[in-house]
Write a protein that binds this ligand. Structure first.
Ligand SMILES: NC(=O)c1ccc[n+]([C@@H]2O[C@H](COP(=O)([O-])OP(=O)(O)OC[C@H]3O[C@@H](n4cnc5c(N)ncnc54)[C@H](OP(=O)(O)O)[C@@H]3O)[C@@H](O)[C@H]2O)c1
Length: 264
């Protein structure tokens, strides 16, 4: 079992990231929490600190490469991270009658969900390899397994994260650095609440964080939940593509357009 003592979590001011911070919080734990909303981030940090953790907060936009590099590298030099969880993310989608997503929303999403992930792990790859230990975790999604007609850019961003994590795993594990990919289904969070659809097998953020924490402690390459939804998505890939398209079109799903912009 891996027992990380120093953990970096992005997107810790809400939802899964906040629940992860609380799941790891305890005596002799050092948590470095990143988010943008100062009030929510401080609340998460205080809750983690009340469980005995030593908590450091970084009010940083994960899209800001220079700020991420400086903040993460400075902390890693002082107290090396055992585990980094690239969790921060947003969603955007198509309204009912729209045929294309707002280009500005799409670029903000890619900047957060993909470039933000690179900005999180890049500062740690070389130091962790040099130490010959460490763990990088990526929060992917079942939506990254097959393109969905409701949210093309979100699916593309998560598919990219999945493939990136896989590639790193093949490269870094020889150097002693574990790479774990989380493929999550519906988790009740503000992000998920904004989506209107049926949400089969939805978990609470606390349940999801506990599954992730246990999977990471076991050093799993992939942490998948719920399995039923995962296999349904995989099955959708083996069916003829247009048949799956037609099946997906039966669902009434509304994913609102994000208000995020690249320079917001
Ligand atoms: N909920 C689900 O059903 C579900 C399913 C599969 C995968 N996921 C993934 O899980 C991750 C967490 O999502 P969630 O559901 O917990 O959503 P959430 O409650 O909305 O939390 C998202 C977190 O990401 C942070 N964030 C967003 N943009 C950021 C930026 N530019 N810089 C820094 N932090 C940023 C937010 O912080 P601020 O608000 O402080 O900026 C917040 O802490 C995402 O990657 C999401 O795609 C979620």
């Amino acid at each position: 079992m891996l027992r990380p003592r120093s953990v970096l979590i992005t997107g810790a001011s809400s939802g899964i990231g906040r629940a992860l911070a609380l799941a790891y919080a305890g005596p002799q734990m050092r948590l470095a929490l990143i988010g943008r909303d100062g009030e929510r981030l401080r609340e998460a940090a205080q809750s983690a600190a009340s469980r005995g953790a030593d908590v450091d907060i970084g009010q940083i936009d994960v899209r800001d490469r220079a700020a991420m590099q400086a903040w993460i590298a400075e902390r890693d030099t002082r107290i090396p991270f055992d585990l980094a969880i690239a969790n921060a993310g947003i969603t955007t989608g198509l309204s009912d009658d729209a045929v294309s997503e707002d280009p500005e929303a799409v670029r903000a999403l890619i900047a957060t969900n993909l470039i933000g992930v690179l900005n999180t792990v890049e500062p740690l790859i070389a130091p962790m390899c040099a130490r010959g230990r460490g763990q990088l975790a990526f929060i992917g999604s079942i939506a990254g397994l097959r393109g969905l007609p409701y949210s093309p850019a979100y699916c593309a961003s998560k598919a990219a994260v999945h493939v990136y994590a896989e590639s790193l795993r093949g490269r870094l594990e020889r150097k002693g650095v574990l790479v774990s990919l989380v493929i999550a289904g519906f988790v009740k969070t503000p992000l998920n609440d904004s989506i209107s659809s049926v949400k089969p097998f939805e978990l609470s953020d606390t349940q999801a964080a506990e599954i992730i924490r246990r999977g990471l402690a076991r050093g799993k390459a992939t942490i998948i939940f719920p399995l039923v939804l995962y296999f349904a998505a995989r099955f959708g890939r083996v069916l003829p593509a247009r048949l799956t398209d037609r099946l997906l079109a039966q669902f009434d799903v509304e994913v609102p357009k994000t208000k995020e912009r690249v320079h917001s």
